[in-house]
Ligand binder design. Sequence first.
Ligand code: HEC
Length: 151
Amino acid sequence: MKVVASLAFAAAALASSLPAAAQFAKPEDALKYRQSVMFVMSQHFGRLGSMANGKAPYDAKAAVDSAEVVATLSHLPWPAFGPAYKDLEPSKAKPEIFTEQARFKERNEKLQEATATLVAAAKTSSLDNLKPAFGDTAKACKACHDDFRNQ
Ligand code: HEC
């Protein structure tokens, strides 16, 4: 038992000491991963947008579900934008991402803050609360795309 436990501990310690570059088996996986996360995030964000803009009936439970997906995903794609994953194709990532990582990180933290507020707003079951929180999150998406994504 003791041996198994210490082996598990050693494996965990090794995993956490691996450089970020080792998180993906192949660089192409990082590209697929970050684009997939963005894509799924945008699908759920779009559903919220339809409700916020009156294009779809307001469904309080569906709004909470989508807001939670967006908030969870807002924590995921960033390691896949590490310096090891520049120059991958086809990608709209601007080279500045890989040279200005601190500024890029600031933008992704802004998104995480906005989506936490979005979840809280959705949970009030009020469309009037959802609308401004949706707008603020959309600004956080746009701020990063304007600076770091090619059109
Ligand atoms: C911190 C920066 C940042 C934030 C914040 C951000 N994005 Fe992105 N997004 C990017 C970059 C960079 C790409 C291009 C990735 C690539 O092609 O390698 C991208 C790509 C995308 C794509 C295209 C994905 C594909 O299929 O290739 C969509 C859709 C998208 N983002 C939606 C969103 C939405 C919706 C939000 C807000 C809820 C958001 N993004 C927030 C940086 C960001």
